[in-house]
Ligand binder design. Structure first.
Ligand code: ADP
Length: 264
């Protein structure tokens, strides 16, 4: 579904060149949930932005659904969720969720039906007429997820969607995301700095090295589904996966930390 082949990315500015991604290759199969982890600055968000066509790689190719990604042309069926929710404060929850459909010219009764179904699925029926400032951060992020789901994406790109939330709210949203994913079966590529989150949710965890980054581990999380996100962390197999990935990821964190200290 997503094929990243020998991607490199160098940012040029007047004063310096930043070698973000050195040489990264991997694939994400249809219906798979894959997380990308790595030290800060290794190009995780850059990678997601290139899959979404928001920016061009310096070299290498990306294909989505068999079509090469062309900068500026968002691949068909793609949904993107950012760390900061993108809910508009002057619209109600229902209008926010229906916004993408309205842009597409979908008739109003159809939009209403879809919005109601999504709100029911997420247990947010009572929030239909609320404005975003009445909602908690976790609720707003749920609304942002529903806004994206309203357009029926078959691929979801998630850029640290739960990064700003407390750990309790995060876990509730992990459960909701897994429930939705299990119902709808999208292909998901998620960037996170939270290894526990990556192991809880993913089929595979890809570890990027310190920049200029490359893939240093492609780890399969073969924990049975459905997963109970609340009890999973106490299990032996969960800790085994975290330990195995951390053995590689920790080295990369150490490398980036050492360089940061040297330049401080
Ligand atoms: P990550 O998501 O892994 O923290 P990013 O993809 O945000 O990493 O950034 C990778 C590197 O590229 C960082 O050093 C960052 O400062 C740099 N970078 C990101 N965006 C730009 C940009 N638009 N211009 C210049 N440098 C950038």
């Amino acid at each position: 579904m997503i094929e990243v082949s020998h991607i490199a990315k160098i940012y040029h500015s007047d004063t310096r060149e930043t070698y973000a991604i050195g040489d990264a290759s991997f694939t994400v199969a249809k219906g798979e949930f894959v997380s990308i982890v790595g030290p800060s600055g290794c190009g995780k968000s850059t990678l997601l932005n290139m899959v979404a066509s928001f920016m061009a790689p310096s070299s290498g190719t990306i294909s989505v659904n068999g079509h090469r990604v062309v900068p500026g042309q968002i691949p068909k069926g793609l949904g993107y969720i950012f760390q900061k929710d993108t809910v508009l404060p002057w619209f109600t929850v229902a209008r926010n969720i229906g916004l993408g459909l309205k842009f597409r010219g979908v008739p109003e009764p159809e939009i209403q039906g879809k919005v109601d179904r999504l709100l029911a699925m997420a247990g947010l029926k009572d929030c239909h007429d609320m404005f975003p400032h009445h909602l908690s951060g976790g609720m707003r992020q749920r609304v942002a997820l529903l806004m994206t789901l309203a357009c029926d994406p078959d691929i979801l790109l998630l850029d640290e969607p739960f990064g700003a939330l407390d750990s309790n709210t995060k876990m509730v949203l992990h459960k909701e995301l897994l429930d939705i994913w299990q119902q709808l079966g999208q292909t998901i590529m998620m960037v996170t700095h939270d290894l526990d989150e990556a192991v809880t949710l993913s089929d595979r965890v890809i570890v990027l090295s310190a920049p200029p980054s490359r893939v240093v581990l492609d780890h399969r999380v073969d924990i049975a589904r459905p997963r109970d996100v609340f009890s999973l962390r106490q299990s032996r197999e969960f800790s085994d996966h975290v330990r195995e990935i951390w053995g590689v990821l920790g080295r990369e964190f150490k490398q980036v930390g050492k360089e940061a200290l040297e330049h401080a």
